[in-house]
Ligand binder design. Structure first.
Ligand SMILES: Cc1cc2nc3c(=O)[nH]c(=O)nc-3n(C[C@H](O)[C@H](O)[C@H](O)COP(=O)(O)OP(=O)(O)OC[C@H]3O[C@@H](n4cnc5c(N)ncnc54)[C@H](O)[C@@H]3O)c2cc1C
Length: 458
């Protein structure tokens, strides 16, 4: 590659956002180059569970699930207490069903509607995932689709600088492992290089409550899109918003996912006492767990929930890593976890009463409608972690980056972690799946809009 190289559309970052952008542009016959800093494209996307929400789909209707973009947008408004951008939320909700159908039917991404549980804040079952509910599987299939579509992907290409003429981006510079710097010109640029959770200085500035927490996201998320956008004079929003997780297996770095909580599991601190409404959401649970002694909690569940969780690759990894203990009785559970036995027995009895509906939870959680937990019991020691940031560059309905006066840059787009999301202003607005919703759908929209702009007239 040399200085004379020019590609109509350049995309920075090969996670879900970048690869969806590339697929949409390739659909329209536009030549696209994706530049990725890592040797193998993985990103946060490969670390994720790969779950993407979609509302008003034919599969939901066939399963008798009542849902619509309006219901989904109302869930987003409720979870963020009205702090998410309402126009962006309804736009993404309206696009969501088409995004999943497009990825599956046109590009062979194996996405199916999950059944059996509803994530916190979602009023309907609307989560789509790959057979093993794995972000690695999602990334593998996106990459295969890009190869089939003829997308050019250059790895070990770390973009260091945008080249602009006024507000129009004309190219980028990127570094190679041998220390050389190369330049490629472009007619349009998509920032798909995610957020800033991997930049400790920015996290301390914008999200101080998670500055000391374990970071369990992609280390390449250094905040480059935010920095370049700010240099160009782009609008930014919701920089304190983030996706945390209150269930990262302590010392193992494997998420113990939330279906086990939503279906009846609970968390205790080292005194074997519950300390929160665990079902409010896993993101805000991170700070609640970290406020406990030693910044840890135990997630407690049973055989039924263990069987449910075995469908998830992350959970199977946690089992292999011996991050989950099994016990035949409450006494054995206390011994295995070193939790005080009397207090643990008391908490389990309290949860049984809450599940049976004979008591009211002081934290406001409704346990009813699920079976009472029964031996054998399972438990995992967890801590609260930072996964991914949710604030970023403000974009319009077509993923164009906006200036503070609301007007769009002529040829600059952003999506996924690079863009401001729909998670409100803190940790408690994150609704499961909305990371990949903004990645896949804004990626798709950026690719389609850029392609329409670049397509020869007629
Ligand atoms: C453990 C975990 C679990 C999660 N689970 C879910 C889930 O189930 N559902 C959900 O919706 N969301 C989930 N998320 C969030 C979700 O993963 C992200 O919202 C989404 O993957 C963001 O996609 P992206 O393409 O914007 O970023 P990424 O997938 O992070 O991709 C960005 C890419 O850009 C590259 N890059 C960065 N800077 C440069 C540069 N200067 N030059 C070249 N390349 C660069 C990076 O190396 C990376 O490959 C999870 C996140 C984590 C960490």
């Amino acid at each position: 590659m040399n200085e004379a190289m020019h590609v109509p559309l350049v995309v920075i970052g090969a996670g879900a956002t970048g690869l969806c952008t590339a697929l949409a542009a390739a659909d329209a016959g536009i030549e696209v180059l994706v530049l990725e800093r890592d040797a193998t494209p993985l990103g946060s996307t490969a670390m994720s569970t790969g779950l993407i929400p979609a509302a008003g789909t034919p599969e939901q209707a066939a399963s008798g699930i009542v849902d619509s973009p309006e219901i989904f947008a109302a869930d987003i408004a409720k979870k963020t207490k009205g702090a998410a951008d309402a126009a962006m939320a309804i736009n993404l909700a309206r696009q969501s069903a088409e995004t999943v159908a497009w990825l599956r039917d046109r590009h062979g991404i194996p996405l199916g509607l999950l059944d059996g549980f509803t994530y916190p804040g979602h009023s309907a079952q609307r989560m789509y995932g790959t057979p093993n509910r794995s972000g690695g599987e999602l990334m593998g299939s996106l990459q295969a689709a890009c190869e089939a579509a003829g997308v050019m992907l250059l790895t070990q290409a770390t973009v260091t600088e945008l080249i602009a003429d006024g507000d129009r981006v004309t190219g980028v510079r990127f570094g190679r492992p041998d220390g050389s710097v190369e330049t490629v010109g472009c007619d349009a640029l998509v920032l798909a290089c995610s957020g800033f959770a991997g930049n400790a200085e920015l996290v301390a500035r914008y999200i101080p409550e998670m500055a000391e927490a374990v970071f369990h996201g992609h280390p390449g998320n250094k905040g480059d899109a935010l920095r370049w956008g700010e240099q160009l004079g782009a609008a930014t929003a919701d920089l304190a918003a983030y996706q945390g997780h209150g269930g990262l297996a302590h010392g193992h770095g494997i998420p113990i996912l939330w279906p086990l909580i939503m279906e009846g599991g609970f968390q205790v601190n080292l005194d074997a006492k519950r300390f929160s409404n665990e079902a409010a959401g896993y993101s805000e649970q991170a700070a609640k767990v970290n406020a406990q002694r030693d910044h840890v909690a135990w997630s407690i569940f049973d055989e039924r929930l263990h069987q449910l969780m075995c469908k998830f690759e992350d959970y199977r990894d946690a089992l292999s890593a011996q991050a989950v203990v099994r016990a035949d009785s409450v006494g054995d559970l206390a011994a295995a976890t070193r939790l005080p036995a009397d207090a643990l027995a008391e908490t389990l009895a309290e949860v049984a009463a809450l599940t049976a509906g004979s008591a009211t939870d002081r934290f406001g959680r409704d346990f009813t409608g699920k079976p009472v937990l029964a031996a054998p019991f399972y438990a995992a020691k967890v801590t609260g972690a930072l996964f991914h940031t949710q604030g970023g560059l403000v974009v319009d309905d077509e993923a164009r980056v906006r200036k503070p006066d609301g007007t769009p840059f002529p040829n600059l787009f952003a999506g996924g972690g690079a863009a401001r999301g729909i998670s409100g202003v803190g940790s408690d607005g994150y609704l499961a799946g909305n990371g990949l919703l903004t990645a896949t759908t804004l990626g798709k929209l950026a690719g389609r809009t850029a392609a329409a702009q670049l397509a020869p007239a007629g």
